[in-house]
Design a protein. Sequence first.
Length: 131
Amino acid sequence: VSMKKVILIFTLMLLFSSRVFADIKFYGMNKEQWDVLDKEAHITRAYLQGVFDGLISGGDFKIAGVEINGEISVVQYREAITKLYSDYRNALIPVPPLLVVISKQLSGESEEEVEKYLQHIRGIYVSKPDK
């Protein structure tokens, strides 16, 4: 791959991502951004790989104190996130907390405990109207 192609791809990704992420009010991406990027599955896989690379370079493989399961592939995580986003109640949750949900499921936590965590993070990321 020539350096010109790499620079072109990188520039296009920056331009595309600035339009996609312009309205983000918190870290990560939620369902809306995920759906835009998931039209090209390799983009969401690259995003997830970047999240995992960031965790490794940070010295551990944890998010919010929970060890992220490394036993499944990035493709399998992408499919699991897409499935979680199919529930409208999860639409505003950024990807990193969903990685925690998936890891909790993979580690064998009970369905009740996983649902309790999901309700907790839904409460954090759901917009509440001002009174």
